[in-house]
Design a protein around this ligand. Structure first.
Ligand code: FE2
Length: 433
């Protein structure tokens, strides 16, 4: 039987729903059988791609993974979803008020995202101004990550707007240093609603953990994680069959990575696992732009659930993803779940999102990234250092340009990388080499 094809002709505004819970009022069509859905066509100027994958919203296939594979996904990944307070707006509206805390506001978070290069700034000549235009009217709103300023670290009199004004004029390298410094004044503690969510596989560097690494779950549960690999590879095969163009783009990006950062033979670096987690309306971030999100779910075979439909409110449709099903979807469109329920209230839904983290492309060899980790740890534990303070994470501005790091690379037999540092220094100094 031919797969049902839906070519949408319109979409409705949905940005105002971000961070709120969705329900049955946010969709008209519920997809529960094989189906492809295409967004309304509106091309950007100069965009000539016309391969059908360009405007794809989702492809859904029922029951493509065997019960054995679904079971191996459950056994290998369920424990990756641990209580987490770090999921930002997907965790839903915060219930507590920000009394007595110096919250990082929404506008401050957005400005930091732009300055650190983690925000999407496509089609914008002045992304900083865009943030002010968009969020200034609501400048007291707390950011979705629910972080707070650490007043004991942040210099007295620090003026964020003044700092942004000064920092945006700096070179990319100097800007990175400035942003790292400011991130260091923000508390790790997040006050978003706690949810059961976690990551498996591998993760990229970010300012406070500046090395690519195996996630804590995978490092501590290697055997268990490996038992899920046949399932993850089967998801990757489905991706290939359903969306070959985007699969090839992701495969090509993965080919440049050290194979130690690849999950089995799949095109994924990272797996997000959520347990009975009703996400509020959100867009995903951090995945490869040319790739595509791959979502599946699993269960223990006993504690079934109803609901938890994945709604795309801008397109007025929702998908009922059940164990064994495959949903390839544009995760950059706003999406979230309807309530999860069961007759006796005892249910467990494990959802699994497989993707390539875009910034993993910056990871060098496993040996090099491990050396970065050891370097950070050596510094963190060395109380004789002038930078040392209780709970210091070992990271400081400019540490990767120091002679100390250069020597560390040599001592660890990583001459190639030490030489690259020399070359960079010579180029920066304008030497002709
Ligand atoms: Fe998502």
């Amino acid at each position: 039987m031919a797969i049902k094809q839906i070519y949408l002709t319109e979409q409705v505004p949905a940005d105002h729903l971000l961070g709120t819970f969705l329900d049955d009022s946010h969709y008209d069509t519920l997809i529960a059988e094989d189906c492809d859905i295409y967004k309304p066509i509106y091309r950007k100027k100069g965009d000539t791609a016309n391969d059908g994958e360009q405007n794809l919203l989702l492809k859904f296939r029922r029951n493509v993974f065997s019960p054995e594979l679904v079971k191996c996904a459950y056994g290998g990944l369920k424990e990756a979803a641990q209580a987490s307070q770090n999921r930002g707006i997907a965790a839903g509206p915060r219930t507590e008020k920000s009394t007595g805390r110096d919250w990082v506001t929404l506008i401050q978070e957005k400005l930091l995202d732009v300055l650190s290069g983690t925000a999407s700034t496509i089609d914008s000549s002045d992304p900083i101004q865009d943030v002010y235009d968009k969020y200034e009217s609501d400048s007291s709103q707390v950011g979705p990550r629910g972080s707070v300023w650490m007043t004991q670290k942040r210099p007295t009199g620090f003026d964020c707007n003044e700092w942004v004004h000064k920092t945006k004029k700096l070179s990319a390298a100097e800007r990175t240093k400035e942003v790292e410094q400011v991130y260091d004044w923000i508390s790790d503690t997040s006050y978003a609603n706690p949810v059961n969510s976690g990551i498996a596989g591998y993760f990229d560097r970010y300012p406070r953990i500046p090395y690519c690494r195996t996630t804590a779950y995978t490092a501590a549960n290697t055997q268990s994680f490996e038992s899920a690999i046949p399932f993850i590879e089967a998801v990757s095969d489905q991706f290939k069959a359903l969306i070959p163009g985007r699969y090839e783009a992701q495969k090509e990006a993965m080919a440049h990575l050290d194979s130690s950062f690849r999950v089995g033979n799949s095109v994924y670096t990272t797996i997000t696992v959520n347990k009975t987690y009703r996400t509020a309306a959100h867009r995903d971030a951090g995945d490869l732009a040319e790739g595509f999100g791959n979502l599946t779910c699993t269960w223990d075979g006993v504690r079934g659930w109803e609901g938890a439909y994945l709604v795309f409110p801008a397109f007025r449709c929702a998908v009922n993803v059940r164990p064994g099903d495959m949903l390839a979807m544009d995760v950059h469109e706003i999406h979230g779940n309807t309530p999860i329920h069961s007759e006796n209230g005892d249910h467990e839904r494990i959802s699994i999102v497989c993707y390539m983290r875009e910034k993993m492309a910056n990871c060098k060899s496993k040996a090099y990234e491990e050396a970065r980790y050891r370097f950070v740890e050596t510094r963190r534990l060395d109380k004789t250092r002038s930078e040392w303070f209780d709970k210091w994470n070992g990271v400081s501005t400019g540490m990767w340009d120091t002679d100390e790091w250069y020597k560390f690379l040599l001592d660890n037999g990583l001459h190639e990388y030490a030489n690259a540092m020399n070359t960079k220094k010579a180029v920066n100094a304008g030497l002709d080499i």
